[in-house]
Write a protein that binds this ligand. Structure first.
Ligand SMILES: Cc1cc2nc3c(=O)[nH]c(=O)nc-3n(C[C@H](O)[C@H](O)[C@H](O)COP(=O)(O)OP(=O)(O)OC[C@H]3O[C@@H](n4cnc5c(N)ncnc54)[C@H](O)[C@@H]3O)c2cc1C
Length: 528
């Protein structure tokens, strides 16, 4: 199960440095570890083999994939790009996270018909493709009348994976891949960067390889899996990793057990993952006879439409949930809100993020109907409060001590707890990002994430002459573009980066003629 190790790897990334006192030949030396800007001589002294390549992208997930896609469409050959990654395919982590959080391939994602990591042109959309493949106009009708008369149309997870697979083959993505764990990126005297890769054991004679490049792109996804401290304490104290689970880790055993005996499940969180988990619990009860009682704990309970700062800043809500179709209002990807984010600096930008942020979930008709039925049948209960402590009783049940919103103490006794509260850790949870903060001049934006400018260059990391380091993905949230952790946002970042590379003369700019010609090749599935 290669996929299952991904979460473990991200926590490994923050592990202590290896013993630098007696490095083996070809390993990091104390001199390198302590020096922020490396000379070619210091790398040679460490006997680390050096590979020269103009562009390195670190991560190899969807962020790296869309950048390589753009570079290939711009005419950059695969020999000039190296993707350093621990993944076999770019959608591997994404598929793992969606599957365990109850979005297997046949289920629908959150983003809309034009969020297509395999297609930078946005046409034909996923809705059009599904309509053609399944010979039905239903998806087209849906996108025509959404969101007034129908829910937003969203593609099936499997559609995103198979379409990326096709595009990966078309652009020769696998030719750019070098497998391994990236340890750090450091600036180089004389311009550019060194990216240190630890290849899989036995794959190379030395422990490390140094990639010397003019450009580096960092797209390592979520810095780490965030566990609520009270649940983490419980798990460590009782060494119990099966009854208290995070929705982003494999937890099928919980649903299996729920079908076998009457149980109480406590669900924590009010976002889309909580909605998915509730859907699964409800359907297992109705379709498979699981005699489950669900207690749903909200830290913030939304009673109705929220006023988030004036008549134009309202968000629908009810029964605890806050409702919004996508991560951000649509205008944040390409409209007034995009322009506002681009204009604002510092605290003002952070204030706009806070105004638009918070936990929310789409208001889908199916979920509304299911929740109404569950409430009516009397086995779904909501509570509003904050957790003080999580303990275990002598029947091996999980006892959650809560302070309710009215101040009263309350105990929830449950057989299982599913934490659907969040995913992201701090920048420092990821070894590469922590190293960038410590050694390469990178800083934090007003939201505490990696500070990038409008071209997604990481501020403060320039390595003259000519060296530029870029980043895309969730670690850059808080910058001049809000939708960074989405297919469309990753593509937007890639476009800015490739335009910036073109401005420096590295590759041709993708103008109208090239774009049209390349789109036609895409349509016919011809190599770039
Ligand atoms: C459950 C879920 C549902 C989502 N649904 C949608 C949706 O419907 N629509 C949408 O637009 N967006 C969605 N997103 C957001 C986003 O599009 C995805 O998370 C996407 O995978 C982000 O791409 P990425 O490249 O930033 O990260 P990833 O795809 O995770 O790729 C980064 C990878 O880098 C690798 N890596 C990290 N450190 C190292 C290292 N040191 N060395 C080598 N490799 C390393 C890891 O394997 C990591 O997975 C969703 C996210 C989640 C979690």
């Amino acid at each position: 199960m290669a996929n299952e190790s991904i979460i473990v790897q991200s926590s490994e990334l923050a592990a202590p440095l290896p013993d630098a006192a007696t490095p083996a030949p070809g390993d990091l030396t104390d001199e390198l570890l302590q020096t922020s800007v490396w000379t070619d001589e210091a790398v040679a002294r460490a006997q680390i083999p050096v590979v020269d390549v103009p562009v390195v992208t670190v991560g190899g997930g969807i962020g790296s994939f869309v950048l390589v896609d753009l570079l290939r469409i711009a005419g950059v050959p695969t020999s000039q790009i190296r993707t350093l990654t621990n993944l076999d395919v770019p959608w591997q982590t994404y598929e793992y996270l969606t599957r365990v959080s109850q979005i297997p391939r046949p289920e629908r994602l959150r983003s809309d018909a034009t969020g297509m990591p395999d297609n930078i042109w946005g046409f034909p959309s996923y809705a059009l493709r599904e309509a053609a493949a399944e010979r039905t106009i239903a998806p087209l009708f849906n996108v025509l009348v959404e969101p007034i008369f129908t829910d937003y149309w969203t593609p099936r997870a499997g559609t995103a994976f198979t379409s990326m697979e096709r595009e990966a083959k078309r652009i020769g993505f696998s030719e750019t891949i070098q497998k391994g764990q990236v340890r750090m990126v450091r600036r180089r005297y004389g311009g550019g960067y060194y990216t240190i890769l630890t290849p899989p054991p036995g794959a190379t004679p030395t422990r490390r390889i140094a990639y010397r490049s003019r450009f580096v792109h960092v797209a390592v996804g979520y810095p780490g899996l965030r566990f609520l401290p009270d649940l983490q304490q419980y798990r460590q104290r009782y060494n119990d990793y099966t009854t208290v689970v995070n929705a982003y880790e494999p937890h099928e055993q919980v649903y299996d057990e729920l079908r076998r005996r009457p149980c109480v499940v406590l669900v924590r969180g009010g976002g889309i993952v909580a909605s998915r988990v509730l859907q699964r619990l409800m359907e297992d009860r109705w379709n498979h006879g699981a005699p489950t009682t669900v207690v749903h704990l909200f830290r913030t309970y939304v009673h109705g439409t929220e006023d988030r700062g004036g008549v134009f800043w309202r968000r629908k809500g009810g029964n605890g949930f806050s409702y919004q179709g996508f991560n951000w209002p649509k205008g944040a990807w390409g409209g007034q809100l995009k322009e506002s984010f681009e204009r604002l600096e510092g605290d003002e930008r952070a204030a706009l993020y806070r105004k638009l942020g918070g936990t929310h979930t789409p208001r889908r008709k199916l979920w509304q109907q299911q929740m109404a039925r569950a409430r009516q049948e009397g086995w779904y209960h909501t509570l509003h409060g904050t957790v003080d402590e999580v303990l275990r009783n002598d029947r091996r049940q999980v006892v959650t001590r809560v302070k309710l919103a009215n101040g009263a103490p309350h105990e929830i006794v449950a057989d299982f707890v599913i934490d659907a509260t969040g995913l992201e850790g701090d920048l420092r949870d990821h070894r590469i990002l922590a190293d960038l903060l410590d050694h390469s001049g990178a800083g934090r934006n007003p939201m505490g994430r990696l500070d990038v400018d409008r071209t997604f260059e990481i501020r403060g990391t320039r390595s003259e002459p000519g060296g530029r380091m870029y980043a895309s993905g969730s670690m850059t949230l808080g910058g001049y573009y809000a939708g960074v952790d989405s297919f469309l946002g990753l593509q937007y970042a890639a476009l800015q980066i490739v335009d910036d590379l073109a401005a420096q003369g590295f590759c041709p700019r993708i103008g109208a003629g090239r774009s049209l010609a390349q789109w036609w090749r895409w349509v016919r599935n011809r190599p770039v």
